[in-house]
Design a protein around this ligand. Structure first.
Ligand SMILES: [Zn+2]
Length: 454
């Protein structure tokens, strides 16, 4: 398996049998959006690929439950920061679950890791990488860490030498490890005074606690490269004098109509809203159609294409009888090869179209069955389950039981019309179903139906 490392800008080979994986989690002050969904879905496919290849891993994803954004929201809503963090943690976990993501083995919260954070800061102070500023905050001294800026390739000479008048920092790039605060909650006692941790230090402390000094894969959104990941590297490598991660995996932005999705532009799509209107497999497949490293434009057209492909996957895939999970076709071989080569999901998805057209050509031969089994396994590696229940949930998504009964009655009438060779009536019923956003597909011995997305 090869993965692109954003730090060395090279492809690195992942050949261990047991991996340590960390992803920066969500700051829980609002609902998660589909940009988050893209990041964690890409990572989810990577984990499923490791599962398929029998590569073991420990996957840790933190929860940032103390942060200025949470505190500001709590003040605005006249609630405690814990109430705000707890509400959005619950919603985030529901959204992740609804997206069908593999759960991390550990999901540490910043507020449960205060002792580890304090110990980490103490080590940095003792190694002379941190200092107390004039206002009492503990800051990391970036001028002491010679590789600072290597990940984001920023022009740090300027930043480090710019002394800001009236600033309590020795230089402007220094960042907060511990913010002293005697008045406003939340605060914790510490050897540096009452206060709370800065954002970056929690990841360094949690990685060390959960996974050790060096990990195999550190994942996060592209926008976390600077300052967050740059600062994580500085803290951890200053502390242990070892590389923090073998691979830095960064997932690109999600754009809406060419613009980065953001609240201020009003183009912010919440996961819970999109999952109300679209089946989770459509959201998953749409978000996997671009390579994870690239920025992606999220469009309705992608959703329609994904819907069409999923209809064919669910219509044609057959769960293999044996548990051998062996892939047998040329298409599945190229599918796996694409994923093993830096998780190239767009090339992998192309193989679905190829194998589907071959299955359609072969119809019901033994070769077709082998391909249908591979189609099932390929979908499964992307996190698309195609067991009978899941097929039904996909085909009938968003319909209530009365609507399903009505549709099935019409379909029965249509079957009768077809067996009576009353093609005019059969077509009329089909048109009526079409008006109800139901598409019908006639296979050789079975008619399939599915609601169509608008
Ligand atoms: Zn982090």
């Amino acid at each position: 398996m090869q993965l692109f490392d954003s730090l060395s800008k090279t492809l690195k080979t992942i050949d261990k049998k047991e991996l340590k994986i960390y992803a920066c989690g969500v700051t829980v002050y609002d609902n998660i959006h589909i940009g988050h969904a893209r990041l964690y879905l890409c990572l989810d496919v990577l984990l499923r690929l490791f599962d398929f290849k029998n590569i073991k891993y420990k996957y840790v994803r933190n929860i940032t439950d103390v942060d200025d954004k949470i505190i500001n929201k709590a003040i605005k809503e006249n609630k405690s920061f814990k109430t705000v963090a707890s509400k959005y943690t619950t919603q985030m976990q529901k959204d992740f679950n609804d997206l069908g993501l593999i759960n991390p083995q550990s999901e540490p919260k910043a507020t449960d890791s205060i002792d580890e954070i304090i110990n980490f800061i103490n080590k940095l102070i003792s190694k002379n990488y941190a200092y107390k500023s004039s206002n009492g905050d503990i800051l990391f001294d970036v001028s002491k860490f010679k590789n600072y800026g290597e990940l984001s390739k920023r022009d740090l000479e300027n930043q480090v030498t710019q002394l800001r008048v009236n600033s309590s920092k020795d230089n402007t790039s220094d960042f907060v490890l511990w913010k002293v605060d005697n008045i406003d909650e939340p605060t914790w006692d510490s050897p540096f005074g009452k206060g709370r941790p800065g954002w970056h230090i929690e990841c360094s402390a949690m990685i060390c606690k959960e996974l050790g000094e060096t990990i195999d894969i550190h994942a996060g959104g592209e926008d976390l490269k600077f300052p967050h990941h740059e600062n994580e590297i500085a803290q951890s490598e200053a502390c242990f004098n070892k590389s923090l991660s073998n691979v830095w995996m960064h997932v690109g932005h999600l754009n809406i109509k060419g613009e980065k999705m953001s609240k201020s532009l009003g183009n912010f799509i919440k996961v819970k809203d999109i999952l109300t209107n679209y089946h989770k497999d459509i959201v998953r497949l749409s978000l996997l159609t671009a390579h994870y490293k690239k920025q992606q434009d999220f469009t309705i057209k992608q959703m329609h294409q994904a819907d069409k492909l999923l209809f064919n996957i669910h219509r044609l895939s057959v769960k293999p009888n044996s548990d051998s999970h062996k892939l047998n076709t040329l298409e599945s071989h190229y599918f796996l090869k694409a994923l093993m080569n830096d998780l190239n999901t767009p090339i992998a998805i192309e193989q679905f179209h190829k194998i589907i057209s071959k299955i359609e050509h072969e119809k019901n031969t033994n070769d077709a069955l082998v391909m249908k089994n591979d189609l099932y396994l390929m979908a499964n590696i992307l996190g698309i389950k195609s067991d009978d229940n899941q097929k039904t949930s996909f085909f009938r998504f968003g319909l209530n039981s009365d609507e399903i009964i009505k549709i099935e009655n019409l379909l029965n009438k249509r079957e009768q019309a077809r067996s009576d060779k009353n093609w005019i009536l059969a077509d009329e019923i089909r048109d009526k179903l079409c008006e109800m956003n139901v598409s019908v597909y006639d296979d050789t011995n079975k008619s399939w139906w599915s609601r169509t997305i608008i």
